[in-house]
Each structure stands twice: as structure tokens, then as C-alpha cells.
Design a protein around this ligand. Structure first.
Ligand SMILES: N[C@@H](CCC(=O)N[C@@H](CSCc1ccc([N+](=O)[O-])cc1)C(=O)NCC(=O)O)C(=O)O
Length: 216
């Protein structure tokens, strides 16, 4: 059964693979699972039919048979549990890889999203200039700890896993911020992930969708 994911009809990331359908597409490509895409407009995302799939009126969602999932991290985990290639078979290594999945979305991502909200929505606030350094300081602290742990390894814990996939997608959101440049091993880590054939297929697919919908 081929799964169906939902994503933006017109992604605000303009095809740069920053929205959270990207990690789901990447995971599906890593396990060679073909999938369908259903596009939803900003308006339709908030209407009852989509909210029946996603209680917060967002993307992505994942439908397969009678199963409906939301939360990109949970969707990636579901894919990784049912296909080889994203989680180690060894029980302890598998548990550590899942810990890195949670670290990506709940230890690294929040301060990065906080900076996005500040720079996209709070730039005109009187306190913006004063607050941004504190926000970026929290990101730098997490990046320093991650850089120390990764050191010169290719991936966070042995082979490439869903933990790396989610972590690299989170770090990609810092593109253009200048924050990652202070940690050359993290920049190389992101580039290593982006060089993976599965990443390229996922990236090219989401970009082709964006360009086709923008031209329609
Ligand atoms: N925790 C949830 C968060 C889902 C979420 O934030 N979805 C966003 C899109 S991905 C977040 C995102 C959006 C845009 C960019 N960008 O670069 O333009 C990057 C990331 C959404 O539907 N937003 C519409 C809404 O909330 O009304 C998950 O991981 O699935």
C-alpha cells in the first residue's frame, strides 16, 4: 500500500526543502518507499477535513491503509520501524538512535524555531534587537554541545540513522543565519546528509512540486 503525505500547496520555503514534509520525503526515499503527495492550501489546512487528519491544522500528515499520522518525527519513526535502513537492528543502538530523534526535535529544534519566529514575526518589536542575541546564544550553546559530541564522526552514533536525518533537517533550518559556520564539523555533517542520494531525490521532488504548483 502506497502512503500519501500532505504538504503545502504553495510552500513558503519556495522549494528550499525547509518545511517539515522534507524529513518525511527523505525517510521514504531512504527506505525506497514510493509515496503520493496531496497538496493543501493554507485555507484548507484549517478546515474540518484536514483537521480530521491533523488536529492543529498543519502539514505534514501521513496516511497508509487506515492509519493516519501527524508530527513529522513520529511519521519518520513509523517509517523507520517498518523498513530497514533508518534504525539499527541492535536493540541498544536502536534505542540510542531514537534518543537522537527526540534530541533533534525537542532539544535542538525549539531554539532554532524561536529564532525563526523572532526574525519573521518580531522584527518590528521594540525589543527585537535586544532579544535576538539571547535567542542566538541558546542556539550556539546547543550547537557547541552537539559539535563536541559529533567530533569528527560521520554520523551521531555509528551508521546513518533516523536520528541523523531529523538532526540534519533541523540544522538545515539555520541556513543563512551564519550560526552553523562557527562549527565546521556540523557544517560538514549537514553537507554529508545533503549529499545522500535519498536526500537529493526528496529535495528534487519537493522542489519540482513547488515549481509546478507555482506555475499553475
Ligand atoms: N511539530 C510538527 C510541526 C508541524 C508544522 O510546524 N507544520 C508547519 C509547516 S513546517 C514549518 C515550516 C514552515 C515554513 C518554513 N519555511 O522555510 O518557509 C519552514 C518550516 C505548518 O503546517 N505551518 C502552517 C500552520 O501552522 O498554519 C511536526 O513536526 O510535524
Amino acid at each position: 500500500m502506497m502512503p500519501t503525505i500532505t504538504t503545502f500547496e504553495q510552500s513558503p520555503d519556495r522549494g528550499r526543502g525547509m518545511a517539515r514534509d522534507m524529513p518525511v520525503r527523505w525517510a521514504l526515499e531512504e527506505v525506497d518507499c514510493p509515496y503520493r503527495v496531496r497538496f493543501v492550501s493554507f485555507h484548507a489546512m484549517k478546515e474540518a477535513p484536514h483537521r480530521a487528519l491533523h488536529p492543529f491544522g498543519q502539514i505534514p500528515t501521513f496516511e497508509e491503509g487506515g492509519l493516519v499520522l501527524f508530527e513529522s518525527g513520529a511519521i519518520v519513526w513509523h517509517i523507520a520501524e517498518r523498513h530497514e535502513g533508518l534504525l539499527p537492528r541492535d536493540e541498544a543502538a536502536r534505542a540510542r538512535a531514537v534518543a537522537w530523534m527526540f534530541a533533534a526535535v525537542s532539544t535542538l529544534e525549539p531554539s532554532i524555531v524561536e529564532r525563526e519566529i523572532a526574525t519573521y514575526l518580531e522584527r518590528d518589536e521594540s525589543w527585537y534587537e535586544q532579544r535576538l542575541p539571547a535567542v542566538e546564544g541558546r542556539i550556539r550553546s546547543r550547537l557547541a554541545d552537539l559539535s563536541d559530541r559529533l567530533a569528527e564522526a560521520d554520523w551521531l552514533d555509528g551508521g546513518f540513522s533516523a536520528g541523523d536525518l531529523l538532526m540534519i533537517q533541523v540544522l538545515r533550518r539555520l541556513g543563512g543565519s551564519g550560526l552553523l559556520g562557527a562549527f565546521p564539523n556540523l557544517s560538514a555533517y549537514v553537507a554529508r546528509g545533503e549529499a545522500r542520494p535519498a536526500f537529493r531525490r526528496a529535495y528534487d521532488a519537493q522542489r519540482a512540486d513547488y515549481l509546478r504548483n507555482a506555475a499553475a
